[in-house]
Design a protein around this ligand. Sequence first.
Ligand SMILES: [Zn+2]
Length: 104
Amino acid sequence: MTSEDYPAMCLNTAHAFASPFEVVFATRTDACWLYWCEDCRHRGQLLDWGAAANFPEIAIHPYAIAEGIGFWQTAALLGSDDMIWMFLGLIEMLDMEIREEASV
Ligand SMILES: [Zn+2]
């Protein structure tokens, strides 16, 4: 049995508390080995990016994540969907800037 087919619960705490009788099985892990269901895969994407960038400090008003894996994991686990999507938008912009710099 591989980690791919091992049943695990999505680690989004909002899921755990919102539907206690409904186990949300996770199908994805991120770079930090946390589990997410399809609805929460953007949380894993945030951590994947953080891992690739060595968990830097990032901020987009009114949210911020401090430097370090612990702060990134906490943000992915406890952050609101609004916060996660804002950071993913910021990350997309940062990636574009990096690509533009590289092509100059
Ligand atoms: Zn979920």
